[in-house]
Design a binder for this molecule. Sequence first.
Ligand code: AMP
Length: 465
Amino acid sequence: MCGVFGIHGHDEAANIAYLGMHALQHRGQESAGLVAADDGKLRRHVAMGLVSDAFNRDVLAKLPGSTAIGHVRYSTAGSSELRNAQPFLFEYAGGSIAIAHNGNLVNATELRTELEAQGSLFQTNSDTEVIVHLMAKAREPDVLGKLMAALRRVRGAYSLVILATHGATSTMIGVRDPNGFRPLVIGRLKDAYVLSSETCSFDLIEGDLLREVEPGEIVVIEKGGMTTHRHPEVSTSNFCVFEHVYFARPDSLVNGKSVYRAREKMGMRLAQESPVEADVVIPVPDSGVPAAIGYSKESGIPFEMGLIRSHYVGRTFIEPQDSIRHFGVRLKLSPVRSIVDGKRVVVVDDSLVRGTTSRKIVKMLRAAGAKEVHLRISAPPTTHPCFYGIDTPTRSELVAASHSVDEINTYVTSDTLAYLSHEGMMQAVAGEGTGKGYCSACFTGKYPVALGQSADLVTLRRARV
Ligand code: AMP
């Protein structure tokens, strides 16, 4: 998963983009990068690690100009190394182009093979670079025409922020794929236009949300203002439900809905569907907090912070190496004995993927004196990998792909285990008329865009790390 940000028409574009990327840090912590345009010249800085490590005052001072785009990354396609850090920057005969991408293309491998056979030399092993090569080869004279030509060929998930220069003019472009898998919003900061993966970055920079970029919409922002264009393919919304479940920040609105409220409702539904007699409801922080509040409100069982999260380790799941992740659970969470000792505890988490986190949490809680541990997951069982940009492991590692709820309960050693139903999740997210307009392939295996070879390769790569 990744976060993208862009600002056009602000004297301190790089500084604002830096702040915007800060607010998107939860979407990726492997690398951070920024490209700024000054009088038609594009300058780039990328580095591995967090935004605050990658940039300082001196670095930002070397990125002048009134337009800038930024990216925070964690790898779902392409390896975790500096050459894959975005935004990518390329020069071509007509000008320069920088691109930042959130999502995964499912036919990148096929396209790359074809492009390489025609002489393209790739600098990275990221799927995003395919888009640039397709643009470079297109006969259309202008950037929008080239982009449209490239978009006709790529399939999968992409929310893009592009910065193109032509002479001294700079154009910022925002694109959402026809399924609108990943979020992208447009805002204003005084006279400037801003694009971002999530609205929480607008709150930080004190900008105003204008609206979502629609699935299949291409917005072009130039000095004269913003124009909007349609993707060559027909669009049908398939917004990622997992953004609501886990990924997006609770203070964001995604797909027009409050992430916090949706999670709280998921917790309430879970309490209705799977009640249990207990003394205390505790969340797995941070992402399980709103659902645990909902569970507590609905059940009347008091809410307490029975697990404390250390904020000095990253989101451990995101770390690409298994060895770090396993160690990470203990590093990240510790139980509060005075809350759980002698108690019947309901633990609420947003998702159970491999089951390793839950198993460790249950053990920690018992060691801290919990009498009973009832695990409640505020989403359905994760049975299928995501090929549209969420880092889920291969099917063989997804415990719910091959085990029943009872078997998982035995594995994680909880007294009882229950998941939220698919219907319950969709109602919490979308209200009545459940499910339409969302992708929930990780819970159902119904993939809205057919998977190609690239998807197989993503699976293979993940199996190796
Ligand atoms: P696991 O140990 O594999 O069952 O991981 C489950 C934990 O990872 C839960 O606490 C989730 O909040 C978190 N999680 C689930 N999916 C992801 C993801 N794609 N990226 C990062 N963390 C995740």
